[in-house]
Design a protein around this ligand. Structure first.
Ligand SMILES: *Cc1c(COP(=O)(O)O)cnc(C)c1O
Length: 390
């Protein structure tokens, strides 16, 4: 038997041990943990919808009309009017023929890749793709081939080396730990020219970027060809939970027949889909929220530049501060926490060794004064933490 205790203590020694913290109340820019309030820059609730009164109201209304549990898988009797209506609205919103709900983004990625690809096929992935896209390729049985981050030349080279079999290129739209955006026009051009699928995971672009918050994928590929597949999540900017895949009618029908993470699982609570319809409405109407968010991003970046903080190049609400060693990132995160500011340290294996960072995320609910407080806290802690760890 494996010695779990030894493995855990080794993990601790390497500063890679992970723990949870328990929020006493809702997700927001100020959260309460163990009775203490913290100013938080950790969530993916970019538009501040997770605790929005209209969503809470819609969720209650949905529960009143549809109950709590869906009681069955979508293909049995779990698929309700709430799910159906949401799927139709999502498809319309992203300008694709159909959309299909999944319980989570993780499951959506596994479902799509393993339904379309198998042994003898090749899946090409950006090195910085989300873990769920990597796991999806592994589960499918296809060969997983990783190309250098956002590097078309690297992708071209790798694609030229593979032989027969179907091909699929998968990329985050907005990279979750870096905040930069994938070169989607180039990726789509290449995919079309070699007759490959293109799967874009727009978890962090959907609701935040593009016209009406349509996302980075729809913004860049407005005339999406049939070989392109959009996956986006509902638990980030939309403030609820779940995910969807959008694409051609044939694609969605294929997923309904073959995506095991869609078929063999209970449908999400209909009230959740009901609340997500309201979230989608708030996203459509949310131009002022997105403007405010962009303004905060610019304000934060200029403040950080004045302090000489090495922010990574990103124009999205994901604003990582590169630290380097896992221990230093952890120490910095803890020093900020002592000052009442929450920022998560992201360590290997989530990011490459030596590229540990603070993942600072901004929300439309933040105020400039709160960003000032973060900048002050960073100014007082950053130098100390990175020196102490050397
Ligand atoms: C969060 C995330 C997922 C997973 O979505 P869940 O709904 O949380 O399972 C997938 N891809 C990316 C890029 C993500 O950031």
């Amino acid at each position: 038997m494996q010695n779990l205790a030894a493995a855990l203590s080794e993990r601790k020694q390497q500063q890679l041990y992970r723990t949870r913290q328990t929020l006493d109340g809702p997700q927001d820019v100020i959260v309460r943990i163990d009775g203490r309030e913290y100013l938080s820059f950790c969530s993916n609730d970019y538009l501040g919808l997770a605790n929005h009164p209209r969503l809470i109201e819609a969720f209650k209304q949905g529960a009143g009309r549809f109950g709590v549990g869906s009681g069955a898988a979508h293909l049995i009797t779990g698929h309700s009017y709430a799910h159906q209506a949401l799927e139709e609205e999502l498809a319309e919103f992203v300008g694709r023929p159909r959309a299909l709900l999944f319980s989570t983004g993780y499951m959506a990625n596994l479902g799509v890749v393993s339904a379309l690809m198998g042994r003898g096929d090749s899946v090409f992935e950006d090195r910085l793709n989300h873990a769920s896209l990597i796991d999806a390729a592994l589960l499918s049985g296809a060969s997983l081939i990783r190309y250098a981050h956002a590097d078309m030349e690297s992708l071209h080279r790798k694609m030229a080396q593979t032989g027969a079999g179907k091909r699929l290129i998968a990329s985050d739209g907005v990279f979750s730990m870096d905040g930069d955006c994938a070169p989607l026009v180039d990726l789509a051009g290449l995919a079309a020219s070699v007759d490959a699928w293109l799967l874009i995971d727009d978890a962090h672009g959907f609701g935040v970027l593009g016209k009406h918050g349509c996302g980075w994928c729809v913004d860049q590929l407005s005339d999406a060809p049939d070989n392109s597949i959009l996956m986006a999540t509902l638990g980030k900017a939309l403030g609820t939970f779940g995910a969807f895949v959008a694409g051609s009618d044939e694609l969605i029908e294929t997923l309904i027949q073959q995506a095991r993470t869609f078929i063999y699982t209970t449908a999400p609570p209909p009230a959740l889909a009901w609340a997500t319809r309201t979230a989608l409405q708030l996203v459509r109407e949310g131009e002022d929220l997105r403007e405010k968010l962009n303004e905060l991003v610019r304000y934060f970046r200029s403040g950080a530049a004045e302090l000489g903080l090495p922010l990574m190049p990103s124009a999205t609400p994901i604003q990582p501060l590169l630290v380097g060693a896992a221990a230093a990132a952890l120490e910095l995160s803890e020093a900020l926490r002592e000052q009442g500011v929450l920022v998560t340290a992201i360590r290997p294996p989530t990011v490459a060794k030596g590229a540990a960072r603070l993942r600072i995320t901004l929300s439309a609910r933040h105020q400039r004064l709160q960003l000032d407080r973060l900048l002050e806290a960073l100014a007082s802690c950053y130098g100390k933490a990175s020196c102490a760890a050397r």
